[in-house]
Design a protein around this ligand. Structure first.
Ligand code: ACO
Length: 322
């Protein structure tokens, strides 16, 4: 039995400066602001500058989280980056972030679970903290989804954006009430083809294009996310009414509202940021957490439920006493 718990002591987010609105996109592909808003809830997205890479976004989000936590980079014992768009296939982007930060005492690696990447990274880091292998952990969700977009494919290019978000975990005695109460992870490779990156690499592009069966993803999302939410609540003997804040992965406003309705979670308890930055994949949950902490909605002691589903399929949830 472990004697430690991971307490969240800081968070921060970073969005690239360049903003692309739905109207901007409608000038390039056959779409409209109205279609994108109605089907997804998205109004705009942030896109990286030329040569800005995943580690750059991670670094800027991490700096904010470290400052917010009031620790030094040298305190960090473990860095886990959830990303689908690492700087390079190897080595891990997390090692680059470690060096940029000067977090020389940390061990660092990436995890890949697409849009569930942050929930997976959080679960992994939480386990290191709980078993006493790290006193402070930096958990980052970051993606440069624009690198994977086929700007001629209107069914995908309107949905994604770039960004990063980070959390600092601290090891505290398990008797402390505040901290991560549970994490639950799931996957099912039967749906491998529902969202994947193809092999088409143009001369000016280093990665393939994302391909997605949108309806298939949508259909699975409400059911599988529901499963992960139920697991989190049952495991902790809680009911939806106990939740102070529901902070879902920001893939589609209709999915978010569908899950909220399923659990009778009123819109006033749901943090929605997809309108501002589209689906930033692994970054979306920590960005939403950082937003709701910064504007004062999430307060110490609040019960926060996070969930995500992404390519794989992968999905999962976590309950945090903030
Ligand atoms: N602009 C205008 N029309 C479009 C666009 C666009 N950008 N994209 C597709 N259409 C058209 C289609 O061609 C189709 O036209 P048709 O009826 O003449 O054939 C019509 O709109 C309807 O297309 P559908 O795909 O059926 O639209 P739907 O209502 O299912 O919405 C969407 C599409 C938004 C992709 C939805 O299926 C969805 O959100 N799925 C989940 C996808 C997701 O969340 N992906 C993120 C990664 S995984 C994750 O994070 C959970």
């Amino acid at each position: 039995m472990s004697s430690f718990r991971s307490q969240v002591i800081g968070c921060g987010g970073y969005l690239p400066e360049t903003i692309v609105t739905n109207h901007d996109l409608a000038k390039k592909v056959d779409t409209t602001d109205e279609w994108i808003r109605e089907r997804s809830g998205i109004e705009k997205r942030h896109i990286v500058a030329d040569k800005q890479m995943c580690s750059d976004l991670c670094y800027l989000a991490a700096l904010k989280a470290i400052k917010n936590a009031g620790i030094e980079p040298s305190d960090i014992g473990c860095i886990v980056v959830g990303t689908t768009t690492p700087d390079h296939p190897c080595p891990a982007t997390a090692t680059r972030v470690q060096t940029k930060l000067g977090a020389h005492k940390a061990f660092s690696f990436d995890v890949q679970a697409v849009c569930s990447g942050f929930v997976y990274a959080l679960a992994v880091a939480d386990n290191f903290v709980r078993c006493g292998q790290a006193k402070y952990a930096l958990v980052i969700g970051a993606d440069v989804m624009s690198e994977l977009l086929d700007w001629n494919d209107r069914s995908t290019c309107v949905l994604f954006g770039d960004g990063a978000g980070a959390l600092i975990l601290k090891s505290v005695p398990e008797s402390e009430e505040r901290g991560i109460l549970s994490t639950h992870l799931f996957s099912d490779g039967e749906h491998y083809d529902a969202l994947y990156v193809d092999n088409s690499v143009d001369t000016d592009k280093r990665r393939g294009y994302i391909r997605m069966q949108g309806r298939e993803i949508f259909k699975n999302a409400i059911q599988k996310i529901g499963e992960a939410v139920e697991k989190a609540l049952d495991h902790n003997n809680l009911t939806p009414a106990d939740i102070d804040w529901f902070v879902p992965h920001q893939a589609n406003k209709r999915i978010i509202l569908g899950v909220s309705e399923k659990f009778n979670l009123p819109p006033s308890k749901v943090v929605i940021t997809i309108d501002q930055h589209a689906n930033t994949s692994a970054a979306s949950i920590p960005l939403a957490l950082a937003t709701a902490v910064e504007d004062g909605r999430i307060q110490p002691g609040h019960l926060v439920l996070i969930e995500a589903m992404g390519g794989g399929l992968t999905w999962g949830s976590a309950l945090i006493r903030w």
